[in-house]
Design a protein around this ligand. Structure first.
Ligand code: NAX
Length: 331
């Protein structure tokens, strides 16, 4: 019998999940493993998942195992290997009679959700579980969840892969390369408009981005704002936030965590700082990561940051510190 893996997905009736879930069971993401899915939604919409399960059954996925759906996160968490935490309350909706517009309200409401989810993951998830937070504010949600989980063997991450993929795409177009020729595209800091996509340390067909581009004016006036504001540009054009690209980025993160990283490359996700690159310990910060041959995920520590990069990175660290302040009542 093939090995199996259990994956929990929250926000399972949302638009990202609709692109994400089929890819989890299509036989590419987890190779030969049978994938058992536990899909989680809030009570008001959990019934919609019945339709999604019908579609999954109708899709002929030989690697799909058991599929369950629930509004009980604790129940879903039992013995799970992976948690893809996509669900969160978006800005602009009315929640408990109040329109959620301020980032501080958003942090507080979602923070409360992540306290509960973190506790359940720490207690019921596998000790070597990996958790990828997609729902915004992703870094601080992960910070809260990890703290509540109290299980240091589990790996909490916030997704910055979409930002990295966006940066690769722009750099590939600018240099007339294929996107697969762009490596080591690091996103430092927060998944927010303060993130710092590091073109200087990216590799363009093996050449450092700093020499392949050699135009800091373009970097500062075009590249950085385009990557940082890409989410908003998609919303303006599509009338809805990025979904299929976000789902692909979540899959890319899972695969990057399951496959040893090639020499010279790294992948992007935010994980808890241990003080690396002078980031205050504990903050969930975007770093260059590598997956070792034994499956361990580590921060790549030999990246040289220019003064320009350090000044940009600091803005994002400062923002993470202020978000931590805004949720300290949940700690
Ligand atoms: P949708 O509004 O389509 O779906 C979200 C789903 O989450 C809803 O069905 C909702 O009922 C559910 N949900 C809310 N609270 C929940 C809870 N406590 N437990 C389980 N389910 C819950 O949003 P979608 O477009 O799918 O986006 C999901 C999240 O991803 C948003 O927070 C969005 O901001 C964030 N994004 C993060 C990105 C990243 O790179 N980290 C990029 C894309 C996206 O903007």
């Amino acid at each position: 019998m093939s090995e199996s893996i259990k994956v929990v997905v929250t926000g399972a009736a949302g638009q990202i999940a609709y692109s994400l879930i089929p890819r989890l069971v299509d036989g590419n993401t987890f190779g030969n493993k049978v994938v058992n899915l536990a899909l989680v939604e809030i009570p008001q919409v959990v019934h919609k998942l019945e339709g999604l399960v019908m579609e999954l059954e109708d899709s002929y996925f030989p690697k799909m195992g058991e599929v369950s759906f629930t509004d009980n996160f604790k129940e879903a968490s039992k013995d799970a290997d992976w948690f893809l935490l996509v669900g969160s309350i978006p800005r602009g909706i009315v929640y408990n009679g109040k329109k959620i517009e301020e980032r501080s309200d958003l942090l507080s409401i979602n923070g409360g959700i992540f306290v509960e989810q973190g506790k359940a993951i720490g207690k019921y998830g596998k000790d070597d579980a990996k958790i990828l937070v997609v729902g915004n504010p992703a870094n601080t949600n992960a910070f809260i969840g990890k703290h509540a989980g109290c299980n240091d063997d589990q790996l909490w991450m916030a997704m910055t892969m979409l930002d990295s993929n966006r940066a690769k795409s722009i750099l590939a177009k600018k240099t007339n390369n294929s996107i697969s020729d762009i490596k080591n595209m690091i996103i430092w800091g927060n998944h927010s408009p303060t993130m710092y996509p590091d073109i200087e340390n990216a590799l363009v067909s093996g050449e450092l981005g700093s020499s392949a581009i050699n135009d800091m004016n373009w970097v500062e006036s075009e590249f950085l704002p385009t990557v940082q504001q890409r989410g908003k540009a998609v919303i303006d054009a599509r009338g809805a936030s990025s979904a299929t690209s976000a789902a692909k980025a979540a899959i890319d993160t899972v695969i990057a965590c399951e496959t040893p990283t090639e020499e010279g490359d790294s992948f992007s996700a935010a994980i808890a700082s241990d003080g690396a690159y002078d980031v205050p310990e504990g903050l969930i910060c975007g770093y260059p990561l590598i997956c070792l041959d034994d499956g361990k995920i580590e921060i790549k520590r030999d990246i040289a940051l220019s003064e320009f990069a350090k000044s940009k990175f600091k803005l994002s660290i400062d923002e993470l510190v202020s978000e931590r302040e805004a949720v300290k009542h949940l700690m």
